[in-house]
Design a protein around this ligand. Structure first.
Ligand code: URA
Length: 433
């Protein structure tokens, strides 16, 4: 086998064999195949795409390039969830406890987020004392004790993805649907859960900006997961507006606790119930309407909040903040943003809101950036609300940024006010089973 022939085949839309794909992935990880040849192949894939069978082979070869997680000592059925990421997405922290309180285990390993507001790991680490670094045996014990744990990824999981993603990032080949699908699914399959739910977001604040691409990606990932022998489904969800009202690590944790205390309604609550129900359904807990009921009851009974409290405690966190948010300390500075006109909020561009929170210190511009856990935004008004000139739209928080000017501008740019009331939005756009 040689790389020149493999590049030529993909360039002409001819199918690669399993052996060729495995040889390419193994050779790249071991350093035998150079960056320049793999770059050329990635560009050929970007332009010509891959078949489902090739995508599955690439996914499996990437998964097998390193260690995989053995969850066989977890006593219940295991379900993992992946979100393609968005602004104000704190759903994992809410859904995990809901699902766990219904007798299904949610063992989750995440990476640190690069982006506007950090990732799930950052949100959890914003709780005083809460550590997401754990020995594997402790992780399993946590999940067996409470049904839910989120820890930082450790070990040598999917090294092929680390190398290939860095190369894609440098060669303008990130936006290829089979390459994204194999990158995400190789990591999900390496985590070893019995069932996988994929939350593919679409809209201004999402990785997939348009619905057609989101659907293509979601369908390909579901087919890949199912062909790999897993129960797998995807939900395409709205990320044109932020999820909930809080953006920023500690602010999002507070909002998550408010959902678990049954004090929140709106797109965040709806999506959490929907996704939790899908996870329970995949785990065999009943039909969708029964699982929706189980999820709602997990919140209204306080069972999910109890799982969250125990989970924070077992990871060393101070649970005092759950009953007194003042324990978190809060931001040193705050600043209110007011509406400059009157009418209905008909747009709230989530990408701009995310960029505003990045200005305040809530996210990372580079892998090395330090996050200000107190930083972020609380939206006082939402999509569809009527506002008068001078009404408070949002409050900005920071302990590290030296001015609010840019963040305020981004928030004002994000909000479009019109005379007509905008149509209601659906948080779940499509389900792919
Ligand atoms: N997220 C991933 O994990 N991989 C991609 O290729 C794109 C987004």
């Amino acid at each position: 086998m040689n790389m020149y022939e493999i590049i030529t085949k993909t360039k002409h839309g001819q199918k690669l064999t399993n052996e060729e794909i495995k040889w390419l992935v193994d050779g790249y990880v071991s350093g035998e195949i150079p960056d320049y040849q793999v770059s050329a192949w990635l560009m050929a894939v970007n332009l010509m795409s891959l078949s489902d069978e090739e995508t599955l082979c690439l996914t499996m070869a990437m998964k097998d390039s390193g260690e995989t997680v053995d969850l066989s000592t977890i006593k219940n059925v295991t379900v993992d969830k992946h979100s393609t990421g968005g602004v104000g997405d704190k759903t994992s922290v809410i859904i995990g406890p809901i699902v766990a309180s219904c007798g299904v285990s949610v063992p989750k390993m995440s990476g640190k987020g690069l982006g506007h507001t950090g990732g799930t790991i950052d949100k959890l680490e914003s709780i005083p004392g809460c550590s997401t670094r754990a020995e594997f045996s402790d992780f399993i014990r946590y999940v067996n004790d409470t049904g839910f744990s989120i820890v930082s990824q450790s070990g040598n999981l999917v090294p092929a993805d680390k190398k290939l993603y860095a190369l894609r990032d440098a060669t303008a080949t990130v936006d290829s649907i089979p390459l994204i699908a194999s990158s995400i699914m190789s990591k999900k399959l390496a985590m070893g859960a019995d069932c996988i739910l994929l939350d593919v977001k679409t809209g201004s604040g999402a990785f997939m900006k348009n619905e057609d691409d989101a659907e293509k990606l979601a369908s390909l990932m579901v087919r890949t997961g199912q062909n790999a022998g897993k129960k797998c489904m995807a939900v395409i969800t709205d990320m044109d507006i932020p999820l909930g009202r809080a953006i920023g690590n500690q602010l999002e944790i507070i909002e998550a606790v408010e959902v678990l205390k049954n004090n929140v309604r709106g797109n965040l609550y709806d999506i959490c119930i929907e996704l939790a129900a899908d996870m329970l359904m995949m785990a065999g807990k009943g039909a969708k309407d029964e699982c929706v009921k189980l999820s709602e009851e997990a919140i209204s009974s306080g069972k999910a909040l109890e799982v969250f409290r125990r989970s924070v405690s077992q990871q060393g966190g101070d649970t005092g903040f759950i009953d007194n948010y003042g324990v978190l300390g809060g931001a040193k500075k705050e600043y209110a943003v007011y509406s400059t006109s009157e009418g209905y909020i008909s747009k709230m561009n989530s990408e701009d809101i995310g960029l505003a929170s990045l200005e305040l210190g809530a996210g990372r511009r580079t892998k090395e950036s330090e996050i200000d856990y107190t930083a972020g935004i609380v939206l006082e008004k939402e999509y569809g609300d009527y506002v008068k000139k001078g009404d408070k739209l949002a409050v900005l928080y920071t302990s590290t940024a030296d001015s609010f000017v840019l963040a305020e501008k981004k928030v004002l740019d994000a909000v479009v006010i019109t005379e007509e009331k905008p149509p209601a939005r659906k948080c779940v756009i499509k389900v792919i089973e």
